[in-house]
Design a protein around this ligand. Sequence first.
Ligand SMILES: [Zn+2]
Ligand SMILES: [Zn+2]
Length: 310
Amino acid sequence: MSSEFSVTIHGCRGSYPINGEEFNRYGGATSCVVIRYGEREIIFDAGSGIINYGKELLGRSLSAGQPLIATIVFTHSHFDHLVGLPYFPPIFHPESTLYLYGPRSSRFDSFEETIETLIQAPYYPVALHEMRALKFFEDIGEADVLYFSRGKAAPVKVRSRHPEHLDRIPDDDDIDIEVHCMRGYNHPKSGVNIYKIKAGGRTVVYATDTEGYVHGDQRLAEFARGADLLIHDAMYTDDHYTSMPVPTQGYGHSTVQIATNMAKMAEVEKLCLFHHDPTSTDEILDHVGEISVDLFDNTVVAKDGMTFTL
Ligand SMILES: [Zn+2]
Ligand SMILES: [Zn+2]
């Protein structure tokens, strides 16, 4: 099996999808990141970027004559991270199997109920249960770990240190990919899940929709320590964050300074600035790229279609 570990950004935008000439280079699709290790791919968030990726995935499985099996891990249930799910082509295909993990909100009893409530009339013409894919939902939260084992399609969720879960942990030699979850509290109103993906001795941290604290988010710095790649929210420039009469402080998003400080604190190898504000044109994002490398040398600004090979 190939041990290549790659990360592809299929949607780098926050809040809502955007198009137009001035957004062409960075792209306008909302959050969707795909981690690939060997033959396995895991999708993080179902923003509008998941739609084209879903077409490609379904096309590949149909031409290989194999049923499609996919895992989607959600950070939270804001629109920009869900809007692509009802348009994700594999969800309509009867031969697809989807494993879906996301946080339980304060309003509903499960992540499945959160999604079911959104995908139904009068908001959408097809109800979730009418979509033909076989779907397995599970809540995921603080200290949970998803294990993907060699030769097994379905991941296994383990609550770390839970005595009844210990025997679910696969043998080290069988583990392909681990996804660790940390709960972030600085995103309104139900928080956000931050994920650390480990495979083949390399680590990626996906920390979108997170703000920061005075002296930096200590829990996140510890969680992300030494990662090969940190994908971090950097929605705002400093001016946008503090400008009157509508400062964006407390909206649950970071500035370039907050993101680069975290990269330094966590001593990561590379930083990817993610979840761009929909008003940030290519020109603004070019400028963000220029100022960010002065703050943290190994920084790149996310673009739709960009791939990192680790
Ligand atoms: Zn978002
Ligand atoms: Zn959000």
